[in-house]
Structure formats: structure tokens, C-alpha cells
Design a protein around this ligand. Structure first.
Ligand code: FAD
Length: 314
């Protein structure tokens, strides 16, 4: 277990009545840091006070798979939180964060604050409800604030540079009843959906898996984009579940979100409306997606998508 960066942050207008000290829990896989998880560092720095990054694992410590087990990770993290006297614990609102932090909050007997998009002060945070249709400001009176942060709301901190000191954490090696069996990861050469600069998404308008596979990947490749899908496309078997964008899928905020055959239901918009440029292809001029799109193309996607792909390639 490695307990690294001590960074002294410049307080950003957050009044500090006591010493703030945050622990940003970072994700790693095969010894490689998940850069998206650095959003937790950005959020912690915005709070002010000292920031410590926490990474479990590393060469020669434990098998990576075992560290991935939230049942063993949570008690170890809690031990390190108590040892370090942290006031705030933050991590990304990813599958990792969503699996780990509720366990940590329960062990610390505090209320977790999920998926924040803003920080008002050391105890007051902003988060969305009703699929992003309302914004709430919540205040916590717990002594340790356990928080997951929305990656698209806080830019990832720099992965390199700085002069952080490396400190070893503690590993209580708690016994637990869960055994690691195996994991099956989707392999893709394309950019990771949640962090991609460009995303090309397809919806029910694609009609079939064959058409989805024939039209969407070439357009995504021409743009160097990740592939996304609506829930209707996922439920119809056109695309893998891991590609779903929206309230019950992934949150994305790329520079370009280009979608075809997606109507723009609020649950879909909840996952992509923070994209810098939204471009939509839909045959229905009244499709709600055009209300949020910066660029709209009314037409048949079966013509327009191959045409666009050709133009981009040429
Ligand atoms: P549709 O709404 O059927 O739209 C298809 C669109 O394709 C239409 O606008 C049509 O005009 C267009 N089209 C058809 N043929 C063509 C053509 N040839 N050329 C061009 N355009 C064409 N949805 C999500 O996406 N993500 C979520 O995370 C999510 N979570 C949900 C959570 C809950 C609790 C609930 C209740 C729903 C959720 N949904 C989610 C579902 C959501 O409400 C919509 O049903 C879904 O987004 C619709 O997907 P779609 O736009 O692909 O399909």
C-alpha cells in the first residue's frame, strides 16, 4: 500500500475554521493510474487544505485482482483514514467508487455524499437529482465527509510532476468472507467512453445490431471516438451494456458528442448534456435531441452516417 502525494493547495475562497485534510482515493489497474480518478484530487484541492492521494497496490504488494475486492479494500482504507485523521475522503463516481465508498461510509458510520458536481464549502456540496433535472445543495454534519465526485464536473488533476512524498499506508489484512474468483474485462482499442474527447453514439433508430456494427464503429474510427449507445439500443441488443450513456449508464462530457437515431429522452440527456458540442442525426425534426444539439442534421441516418464517414475519411 502506498500513500503518496502531500500537496499544499491554494485555498479557493472556502473558509476554513479547522484544518482540512483530504484523502483522494485513486484507481489503478496493472500499476497504471486511472487518470479519470484524478478528478478527486481536483475536487479535494478546491476544498483547500492538504491533499493526500491514496493508491492501494503496486508491484510486489498484492495481486491486483485482490485489491479490487471492495470487501478487503474498504476496511484497509478506513484504517488509513483513521490513522491520517482526514476530514474528507473523495473518489470518482465510477464503478470502483460506487462499490467502495458506501462500504467505507458504513464502516465510519457516516452518510455518503454521492456524485457531487460542486463544492460550496467544507461541509456543503452540490449534486443533481431526478436525472439531472434538479440541482440540490446538501450540507453534511458528519465529522468525516465521504464523497464521490462526478468526473465530468472536475477536470482531472495532472498525473505527473509535483514533488509529492511517498508514504506507506497500513494494511490491517482484515479477514473477509469474500473470495476473488475471476474477472472478465471488455477489451477495446478505442478510447474509454467516460473520458473520451469524442463520442459517437447510436440509438434505436439503427434498427438492428448488424446495422449498429456496420454504421457506428466506422464513424467512431474516422473521428478517433469512443462508442456510446442509448438504453433502447442496449436493451435491444445492438450494443454492449458498458456502452450505455445516461442516467443509468455512463456520464460523458466529451468535446464532441455525435449521436444518430437517438430521440433525446431526459434519461439519455442526463448522461451527455455537459458535452461541449452536441451533434445529432435524426429523421424527425421534432426529436427532443435537437433542443440540446448545437448542430443538427435532419435526415435518414442510413444515408447520412455513411456519407459523413466517407467525408471524414477523405
Ligand atoms: P427512441 O426514443 O425510440 O428514439 C429513436 C430515434 O431514432 C427517434 O427519435 C427516431 O426519430 C430516430 N430514427 C429512427 N429511424 C431513423 C432513421 N432511419 N434515421 C434517423 N433517425 C431515425 N435511456 C438512455 O439512453 N440512457 C439511460 O441511462 C437511461 N436510463 C433510464 C432510466 C430509467 C429509470 C428510465 C425509465 C428510462 C431510462 N432510459 C435511458 C430510457 C429512455 O427513457 C429512452 O427510452 C431511451 O433513451 C430511448 O432510446 P433511443 O433514443 O435510442 O430510442
Amino acid at each position: 500500500i502506498l500513500l503518496p502525494p502531500q500537496q499544499r493547495a491554494a485555498p479557493r475562497g472556502v473558509a476554513s475554521s479547522r484544518l482540512l485534510s483530504s484523502l483522494a482515493v485513486l484507481e489503478q489497474r496493472d500499476g497504471k493510474l486511472n487518470v479519470a480518478s484524478l478528478a478527486a484530487v481536483t475536487a479535494a484541492r478546491r476544498l483547500g487544505g492538504s491533499v493526500t492521494g491514496f493508491v492501494a497496490g503496486g508491484p510486489g504488494i498484492r495481486a491486483v485482482a485482490e485489491e479490487g475486492l471492495a470487501e478487503s479494500y474498504a476496511p484497509m482504507l478506513v484504517e488509513n483514514i483513521k490513522n491520517g485523521g482526514y476530514t474528507h475522503v473523495m473518489t470518482g463516481h465510477s464503478a470502483f467508487g460506487k462499490n467502495l465508498l458506501p462500504r467505507v461510509a458504513a464502516l465510519l458510520d457516516v452518510q455518503q455524499i454521492s456524485d457531487i458536481i460542486g463544492i460550496e464549502s467544507e461541509d456543503t456540496f452540490v449534486r443533481t437529482i431526478y436525472a439531472g433535472n434538479a440541482i440540490t445543495t446538501v450540507q453534511s454534519s458528519d465529522n468525516i465527509k465521504v464523497i464521490t465526485v462526478r468526473g465530468t464536473a472536475f477536470q482531472s488533476g495532472a498525473a505527473e510532476g509535483g514533488s509529492a512524498e511517498l508514504v506507506e499506508g497500513v494494511d490491517p489484512k482484515a479477514e473477509n468472507m469474500t473470495e476473488w474468483v475471476s474477472e472478465d474485462l471488455t477489451k477495446s482499442d478505442r478510447p474509454e467512453l467516460s473520458t473520451a474527447e469524442r463520442v459517437v453514439s447510436g440509438g434505436r433508430g439503427l434498427k438492428s445490431k448488424e446495422d449498429f456494427d456496420r454504421l457506428i464503429p466506422p464513424l467512431a474510427d474516422a473521428l478517433g471516438a469512443a462508442i456510446g449507445a442509448s438504453r433502447a439500443a442496449v436493451d435491444s441488443g445492438f450494443a454492449d451494456n458498458s456502452l450505455q450513456v445516461g442516467q443509468t449508464g455512463k456520464n460523458v462530457a466529451p468535446q464532441l458528442y455525435l449521436c444518430a437515431g437517438i430521440s433525446g429522452a431526459i434519461q439519455h440527456l442526463a448522461g451527455m448534456k455537459d458535452s461541449k458540442v452536441i451533434a445529432a442525426i435524426n429523421k424527425d425534426p421534432d426529436a427532443p435531441i435537437f433542443q440540446v444539439a448545437d448542430v443538427g442534421l435532419v435526415g435518414d441516418l442510413f444515408e447520412k452516417v455513411p456519407e459523413l464517414t466517407q467525408k471524414l475519411k477523405g
